[in-house]
Write a protein that binds this ligand. Structure first.
Ligand code: SME
Length: 160
């Protein structure tokens, strides 16, 4: 078992570079997608100490709660609802600097202040989303998007 080492670097870019390498190594011999998503959620959560890091997976026209790290969350999200449902509907990454200003935001935890959600695709269809919540406003920017898309890419390759 590969041991995950939390990067000591202080710059966000360096932390991402480090965990991306480790995630690639961690998942290279594994095929089970639930295990892969679980360890990726843990690796991101452990590195950045964000409030909530996890996945919702499309099943029968709803997003269903998948592997995550953080507080208890809602089980199901309809297409177009909340940041996750809107990411699914629009098929693009959404960065929310202040969740109170996002109409229809679903507050699973009142501690969440900003959020980023990225679509994950399989055969050109949405497989699910990666959702990350922070207790601070303005936690996510284009740098996070760029690196988290690389992590999503690792997942998409595993989905085939
Ligand atoms: N805030 C999300 C719901 C999921 S929780 O944050 C874990 C949304 O608005 O879709």
């Amino acid at each position: 078992m590969h041991e995950f080492t939390t990067p000591k670097e202080t710059k966000k870019e360096e932390k991402y570079e480090s965990i991306i390498l480790q995630i690639k190594h961690l998942v290279k011999d594994e095929k089970d997608i639930i295990g892969i998503l679980s360890n990726i959620a843990a690796a991101i959560h452990q590195t950045f100490e964000w409030l909530w890091v996890g996945f919702y997976i499309v099943k029968k026209n709803q997003l269903i709660l998948g592997p995550f790290q953080g507080p208890v969350a809602c089980f199901r999200i309809e297409k177009g609802k909340g940041v996750c449902g809107m990411t699914w509907k629009l098929n693009k990454t959404i960065i929310v600097h202040d969740v109170e200003k996002f109409p229809g935001h679903i507050a699973c935890s009142s501690d969440s202040k900003s959020e980023i959600v990225l679509p994950i695709k399989k055969n050109n269809r949405i497989f699910g989303v990666l959702d990350i919540d922070s207790i601070e406003l303005n936690s996510f920017d284009k740098t996070d998007q760029k690196y988290l898309e690389k992590i999503v890419n690792i997942i998409e390759k595993k989905l085939g």
